[in-house]
Design a protein around this ligand. Structure first.
Ligand code: BGP
Length: 477
């Protein structure tokens, strides 16, 4: 049964700059890694870029008015670094700052709390050219300078901040799977070095934030896939804990504790993969962790873990399903540690993501008992092929998905978890990084086709009206 959520609970929706804004060359913005990557990659979705996206850059007023109609309490969006610093560092572009200040003001006008992500995967291309972006230690100070600039400009108006969106995903896809920029494959040593740079950038931003915006709240958003052992075979249970250490705690422990977990560190040490660190890095990481205000969790699915032999096991590099053809995902794993077979108990989306509302409750419980921090569910939603008919979108499947997840969240609150926000991914339809525009997540449909070219008209889906009732009843609906 649905319950009322705590007072002031932040019902929200989320987006990211590259996925919604468009206007990729306007008002002095520099090019980003994604502006370049979509042009060189041999894509499965041809001719798709975020050049125009869903034109949120020009239509933010219309979009925020719709958010107000929905009754939204918070809007989570990201800032494109290259709008603020077209060269990544050096001269500030006032027009870029002004755009985000306008966006923030527009939210505040309707009593919508802005929640700002500093980095949702688009790095100024100039920094890649100058020194290889995240691969070079210089990025740490450049990111910190960018973060400070935003804290100073918007810190009085914006209370909630997120340093990084899904560090685990952009580094894995960028340096191991060659699916995101810079498109490197199996670059393991660099992968861990890049992650250390991101950790230091995160830590320095958190420390600066506490100086500049002492009463604000800051966290990082992690793509957390809670895992289950395939069964009670002890080999599979060990596979589960191997998976957690390598894929979850390796990142979340840094945010919350400021140190790397022993198992992973040990494993990497044996393989010669531990990152280079500077003398006071450990102190900085510890200091930042002590100041973290919340753990951001993006939850889409749970994972199953099974024993994977060192020789003859499956590897991490199988086919991904980016076309929405069910059953085309290959089983992946790390030889000697774990593999991830499908879950026989769960249904999947067309992209083979498991649908598991209990997993959200499980994730909240696990984060609460390991880290004892407040939680922001910074993303959760269903990607589907939606059909626009006579101006309507009957997405009952999305309502079912969201209802079960909200219910699971309410159970987690009753279990004792301190959850302060829930953001549906996404508000409007937007660009899916690897799946183009056909995999839709929005509560609001965007017609990029009609009548000719792109009308960009917005249509409220059935799920919009459903979520509106959830918000107005504070979760009781
Ligand atoms: C998360 C990202 C989002 C969004 C979402 C849906 O990993 O933070 O930016 O894209 O996943 O994923 P996809 O678009 O691949 O279906």
């Amino acid at each position: 049964e649905m319950i009322e959520m705590p007072k002031n609970f932040l019902w929200g929706c989320a987006s990211a700059a590259y996925q919604v804004e468009g206007a990729y060359q306007e008002d002095g913005k520099g090019l980003t890694n994604w502006d370049q990557f979509v042009r060189i990659k041999d894509k499965t979705f041809k001719d798709t870029t975020g050049d125009v996206a869903v034109d949120h850059y020009h239509r933010y007023k219309e979009d925020i008015a719709l958010m107000a109609e929905l009754g939204l309490k918070t809007y989570r969006f990201s800032v494109s670094w290259a709008r603020i610093f077209p060269e990544g560092r050096g001269a500030v572009n006032e027009k870029g700052l002004q755009f985000y200040e306008n966006l923030v003001d527009e939210c505040l006008k309707y009593g919508i709390e802005p929640m700002v992500t500093l980095y949702h995967w688009d790095i100024p291309a100039a920094l890649d050219t100058a020194y290889g972006g995240w691969e070079d230690r210089q990025i740490v100070d450049d990111y910190a300078a960018y973060a400070k600039c935003l804290f100073k400009r918007l810190g009085r108006k914006v209370k909630y901040w997120i340093t990084f969106n899904e560090q685990n995903i952009f580094t894995t896809f960028g340096w191991l799977l060659a699916a995101h920029p810079p498109g490197k494959f199996d670059a393991q040593k660099m992968f861990y070095q890049v992650n250390h740079h991101v950790n230091m950038a995160h830590a320095k931003a958190v420390l600066a934030f506490k100086q500049i915006v002492p009463d604000g709240k800051i966290g990082a958003s992690f793509a957390f896939s809670p895992s289950y052992a395939f069964d009670c075979d002890p080999k599979n249970v060990i596979a589960k804990i191997n998976f957690d250490e390598m894929n979850s705690f390796w990142w979340m422990d840094i945010y919350a504790y400021g140190r790397y977990p022993a198992f992973t560190w040990n494993y990497l040490d044996k393989k010669g993969l531990v990152p280079e660190m500077e003398a006071d890095d450990k102190t900085i990481l510890l200091a930042a962790a002590a100041k973290l205000d919340f753990m951001g969790i993006n939850y889409y699915q749970s994972i199953v873990c099974e024993y994977n032999p060192l020789h003859g096991g499956v590897d991490p590099y199988g086919t991904m399903n980016t076309a929405g053809k069910k059953g085309t995902t290959e089983i992946k794993g790390v030889p000697g540690l774990y593999k991830n077979p499908p879950n026989p108990y769960l249904m999947t989306t067309d992209w083979d993501w498991t649908i598991d509302a209990s997993g959200l409750r499980y994730a909240c419980r696990e984060v609460t008992s390991r880290y004892h921090l407040p939680i922001v569910i910074s993303e959760n939603g269903l990607g589907a092929f939606d059909i626009l008919e006579d101006g309507k979108i009957h997405d009952g499947y999305r309502i079912d998905y969201l209802r079960e997840h909200v219910l699971a969240l309410e159970e987690a609150v009753q279990d004792g978890c301190d959850i302060i926000s829930y953001c549906v991914w996404s508000f409007t339809d937007l660009l899916s990084w690897l799946n183009g525009y056909q995999k839709r997540y929005g509560l609001v449909y965007v017609d990029r086709e009609e009548p000719e070219g792109s009308s960009m008209n917005r249509y409220k889906k059935d799920s919009f009206y459903w979520y509106k009732k959830v918000i107005s009843s504070n979760g009781k609906h």
